[in-house]
Write a protein that binds this ligand. Structure first.
Ligand code: ATP
Length: 199
């Protein structure tokens, strides 16, 4: 799996629709300070499901939308699309290319798409769990991330290893099943109360 394409519109400093086509292997993005190199990485993190504006170096989610310059008005929405080569089927969808799109409007509404079919944020997050590419994955190591990992708590470090070992999805499923069991137990207790009131 590798990142083939990145399409950005209205994301941070990218006011115009901008498309990057990447080849297999190493790509370097170079440029003077403050020209938007890190914004590219933020766009990838965001489309993969990041929900924390601080991970995207902002205060609130709205900060990701192009907020205008002396010469340009702010924009009302942003979208980011990534296209991944999935010839190796690392992502469990039977397509050799997978596109993920996330849109966000100033009004606060969001839209999510996998291969142009509307979906939930959870579907995107689930898709990348255990691939290392998810919003908490280790494939994107931003500035200060190494230090953050070294200084993280043991349980946070363990989370990284669990993602690499591919067991996070099973942990999530276990957690959801335990929640359902709890709810069922509550329902059963309520039912027993009602039965004992009736007899
Ligand atoms: P460095 O090499 O210093 O790390 P960089 O090339 O990585 O710089 P970025 O941090 O990606 O630069 O981009 C910073 C620029 O993005 C700043 O000029 C900032 O004003 C601009 N920017 C950030 N958010 C927005 C926004 N919502 N609207 C318009 N511009 C924005």
């Amino acid at each position: 799996m590798y990142l083939k394409r990145l399409e950005i519109y209205g994301f941070k400093s990218f006011a115009e629709k901008t498309v990057f086509d990447f080849e297999k292997g190493i790509t370097c993005v170079i440029g003077p300070n403050g020209t938007g190199k890190s914004n590219l990485v933020d766009a990838i993190l965001w489309v993969l499901g990041s929900q924390n504006p601080r991970d995207l170096r902002g205060g609130k989610m709205e900060d990701i939308i192009f907020n205008g310059t002396d010469k340009r008005k702010p924009l009302g929405f942003t979208y980011v699309t990534i296209v991944l080569d999935n010839a190796d089927r690392l992502i469990p969808i039977d397509h050799s290319e997978i596109s993920i799109t996330r849109k966000f409007y100033r009004s606060g509404e969001s839209e999510f798409y996998i291969n142009n079919v509307e979906c939930r944020l959870k579907d995107i997050v689930d898709l990348f769990t255990d691939t290392g590419l998810g919003k908490n994955g280790y494939s994107i190591i931003g500035q200060g991330k190494i230090e953050e990992i070294l200084n993280s708590r043991p349980d946070e470090k363990r989370g990284l290893f669990e993602e690499a070992a591919g067991i996070v999805k099973y942990k999530n499923k276990r957690y959801e099943s335990l929640k359902k069991l709890d709810m069922t137990q509550d329902n059963l207790s309520r039912l027993n109360d009602i039965i004992s009131e009736l007899y």
